[in-house]
Design a protein around this ligand. Structure first.
Ligand code: 8YV
Length: 324
């Protein structure tokens, strides 16, 4: 008998066929997050769950106590802040993620946000389309901020951080400093990235780019003190998780012109509330958590997550375990 799995994340035919070779599939076909009663009903009878944080919420004790057969939760994301690692460990549930396959795609988006914020691309797109472009000289009020040759501070120098550093160094001749739990000697060598403490990074960077995973240690890493330390004309970019930033502090920093602007892929609450004050600032560029959202990369992540799921359920080691 094939092990039963609950697929809580939209998948393509290709990925479904692969999983179906080894597992009996129960699929969530609705839109958006799986309702709690459906999740509780399904998790009680399956050995594997295929998901992401946004589809099923936290994998914690509350959920796991209803999942006597569960062996693996496979995330279709590199982030795994939806895993309660201690609870999963105590229930002998393996968690997996999808690192690496999305590095370059997320770095593209991070850089796109940085450029859009610096050169006010979203704001000026709106300016042109609403018919405000009525003269061809005196552009002073449309000026932006140079990117090339400036100082970039990357908080979180993992593999995606490195892909961003590569673009910054070789594409834009930027001077890179970084802050990370551990020194990244490869990045230091390859991109002349200088390791520094968080405060020095904030005080000296023209662009501060947050690319760290969300953990207890990084929750609200950027707060009032940190925004105050940033240079007055600096840009803040967040491509990590919304909760790494105290959003109220960011709102105040923008409102009081403490920083030049911000580019945000992520928010404390997603989908972002329509009345979130961040949406009213022309110098805050927003996108809806799309770091890895290209067809090619999403397919690669989906397949990788499927391989992780199947590996555990066929008695093999998963490629990307995050809980052992
Ligand atoms: C995912 C992400 O697409 O991989 C991550 O951690 O943030 C995104 O790229 C998203 O979490 C949905 O799976």
């Amino acid at each position: 008998m094939k092990p039963k799995v609950f697929i809580a994340y939209p998948i393509t035919r290709n990925v479904e066929d692969f999983i179906a070779t080894y597992c009996e599939i129960h699929k969530w076909e609705g839109k958006g997050r799986v309702p709690t009663d459906t999740l509780l009903e399904k998790i009680a009878e399956v050995e594997g769950v295929y998901t992401s944080g946004s589809m099923t919420g936290p994998i914690n004790e509350e959920l796991l106590k209803h999942a006597p057969l569960l062996k693996v939760v496979s995330n279709v994301s590199v982030g795994y802040n939806n895993f309660d690692l201690a609870a999963m460990k105590s229930h002998h549930v393996i968690g997996t993620n999808t690192p690496n396959v999305l590095n370059e795609t997320v770095a593209d988006l991070a850089f796109g946000l940085l450029l859009a914020t610096a050169r006010r691309i979203s704001e000026l797109d709106h300016f042109v389309k609403e018919g405000s472009w009525t003269r061809t000289t005196d552009y002073v009020d449309l000026y932006g901020k140079d990117v090339h040759g400036t100082k970039l501070g990357i908080i979180g120098m993992g593999r995606i951080g490195e892909a961003i550093a590569k673009r910054a160094k070789f594409g834009f001749d930027m001077d890179i400093r970084y802050h990370n739990r551990n020194r990244n000697h490869e990045a230091e060598k390859a991109y002349a990235a200088e390791y520094c403490d968080l405060d020095s990074l904030l005080m000296t960077s023209d662009y501060v780019l947050l690319m760290t995973p969300l953990t207890k240690a990084t929750f609200h890493l950027m707060g009032e003190k940190e925004f105050n330390l940033m240079k007055e004309n600096a840009v803040f970019i967040n491509v990590s998780r919304g909760q790494t930033v105290d959003e109220q502090a960011l709102i105040e920093a923008v409102e009081n012109n403490k920083i030049y602007g911000a580019g945000l892929d992520v928010f404390e609450t997603e989908p972002v509330a329509r009345d979130n004050p961040l949406l009213k600032f022309p110098n805050v560029v927003t996108v809806p958590h799309i770091g890895s959202a290209t067809a090619k990369t999403e397919e690669a992540m989906a397949m990788r997550a499927a391989e992780n799921l199947v590996a555990v359920l066929t008695g093999k080691e998963p490629i990307d375990p995050v809980v052992t």
